[in-house]
Design a protein around this ligand. Structure first.
Ligand code: NAP
Length: 493
């Protein structure tokens, strides 16, 4: 049976896009499953004036795509929502907020547990945290937790400043930094695959693995996020957080137990051994791109809200090297970009070929050589994995061909699978940090990408350099080709 969590959730940015599209629907799922119930209340805040009733209507609208049979449940659910007009920059506004949090805590019997969720522009995170402490909004009896949205800084310096500000009020165990990739089913499955299977974990090292590839490919351009994106770019928006978190899970050692503290220790250790490049090494191990015009589509520089001279990258690829016993000599190639061939995320683990290919003996008249075994983890939209192995081709003679051993989740399993925000909200209510990024992980990730960022800020790129519908600039292919390798996923040329 589901354990009911008790808390007053104070949501900053309650009228925002994220809250309406993701947070309220996720909370409703938790409510339906019994993870929250009679003893929870959500106090929404933003500057605009709203009555409790108007706010409840807004929440009801955000979960309106529910079945007829769920309508009564939705009516009861929205009765837990309240609104407080509040400007986070005005210290005096925290007085009324405090009173309402206390009142709701008593009314709903929440054991005085308080979860503060910052779903607004990052420049306000430090101010809010400071005021929560100064104006006495923290609970003395229950827990105090802070959930914080990305981006966490623009570089190591700004991230450190933000972390220092948050640390004035909250300790590391109270901070839950959202990286919604960590809420994805197949990203969580990396640990199950690795540490639940002898045949996989025993080969998970530089003796058997040739290279690992991570691809987060988007088909869309910047759409309505142009203003934000042009100030950020693929390196900050996707690589520093999502890709680095995925890589840390692939590279880490086996934790002592599957608890948040043990998993964190290993992820941090892995990222500590990631080689931070010198500027000249970064120049040859990072690739940036920006999309050109396509058939009926604008070049990035001509998108609404984008500076026509913009040097912001919409694509990034990189080669990562870990200086540790397990991974020495095994490159991790990563790439992400907009306006690529398709929308998908996958991880390809390429194993070394057998040292001797006995079938290549000319007397056997083999027409094909052995292919590398590849374990592919399909993260989205398909969820599953496949293992490519060599087998004898049926028929006369002796030829080998690669065949895939495949497991894919069916549509009903995928439909029942919780959305990342549902999982992460639940984890935060439970106080489980496993799927949140710790400060040390974020710091190492920034230090790694900052070298490329600084280099790119002073060197003029040759943009645009890839066409929509491709897999990025040619240089991203060359990054592997110069090592005698290829991307496993590539378009037929
Ligand atoms: N949207 C997404 O899909 C998405 C995805 C990943 C991460 N994120 C992150 O999630 C956070 C929220 O994004 P969003 O898209 O929901 O933003 P948004 O739509 O711009 O909403 C921002 C909210 O902040 C409120 N606000 C602004 N200034 C305020 C102030 N001084 N005091 C109090 N409230 C104020 C706004 O309401 P008022 O104008 O009424 O004050 C609004 O409710 C950001 O950190 C973003 O990077 C968003």
């Amino acid at each position: 049976m589901a354990k009911e969590n008790k808390a007053v959730i104070t949501l900053f940015g309650a009228a925002g896009d994220l809250a309406q599209r993701k947070l309220y629907p996720s909370l409703f799922k938790l409510y339906q499953k019994g993870y929250i119930g009679d003893h929870f209340a959500l106090l929404g805040t933003s500057r605009r004036q709203k009555s409790d009733e108007e706010f409840q209507e807004m929440v009801a609208k955000s979960i309106s795509s529910i079945k007829e049979t769920e309508k009564d449940q939705a009516k009861n659910f929205v009765k837990h929502f309240f609104f407080q007009p509040h400007d986070v920059t005005k210290p005096e506004h925290y007085v009324a907020l405090k009173e309402r949090i206390e009142e709701l805590g008593k009314k709903f019997g929440t054991d005085d547990n308080r979860l503060f969720y910052m779903s607004m522009a990052p420049q306000f995170f430090g101010t809010i945290a400071l005021n929560l402490k100064k104006q006495g909004l923290l609970s003395d009896d229950g827990y105090n937790r802070l959930v914080i949205e990305k981006p966490f800084g623009r570089d190591f310096e700004s991230a450190k400043k933000l972390n220092d500000e948050l640390s004035e009020t909250f300790n590391e165990n109270q901070i839950f930094r959202i990286d919604h990739y960590l809420g994805k089913e197949m990203i969580q499955n990396i640990e199950a695959l690795r540490f639940g299977n002898t045949i996989i974990e025993s080969l998970w090292n530089n003796r058997y693995i040739d290279n690992i590839q991570v691809t987060l490919s988007e088909k869309l351009g910047v759409e309505e996020r142009a203003g934000y994106y042009d100030n950020s770019g693929a390196l900050r928006d996707m690589m520093q957080n999502h890709i680095m978190q995925v890589v840390a899970q692939l590279a880490m050692e086996q934790p002592v137990s599957f608890t948040d503290s043990d998993v964190r220790v290993e992820k941090i250790k892995a990222l500590r051994s990631l080689r931070v490049y010198t500027p000249s090494e970064a120049a040859s191990n990072f690739v940036r791109g920006q999309y050109d015009a396509g058939q009926d589509t604008n070049a990035y520089r001509h998108e609404d809200g984008v500076d026509p001279q913009s040097n912001t990258e919409t694509f990034v690829a990189a080669k990562l090297l870990f200086d540790n016993y397990r991974w020495s000599g095994v490159p991790f190639y990563v790439r992400t970009g907009k306006k690529l061939a398709d929308k998908f995320t996958r991880i390809d683990v390429v194993f070394k070929k057998p040292l001797i290919d006995i079938f290549a003996n000319p007397r056997m008249k083999s027409e094909q050589s052995l292919k590398s075994n590849v374990l592919t983890i399909f993260v989205e939209p398909d969820a599953g994995f496949s293992l490519r192995v060599n087998a004898k081709s049926a028929g006369q003679g002796f030829n080998t061909e690669p065949v895939d051993l495949k497991f894919m989740q069916d549509d009903s399993t995928k439909a029942e699978s919780p959305e990342p925000y549902e999982r992460l909200f639940h984890d935060a209510l439970e106080g489980n940090h496993t799927n949140f990024a710790s400060w040390s992980e974020i710091a190492y990730a920034w230090k790694f990408v900052d070298v490329a960022r600084k280099l790119w800020d002073i060197e003029e790129p040759q943009f645009p350099n890839y066409v929509p519908g491709s897999m990025g600039p040619v240089a991203a292919d060359e990054l592997l080709e110069r090592d005698g390798r290829q991307w496993v996923y590539r378009l037929n040329k």
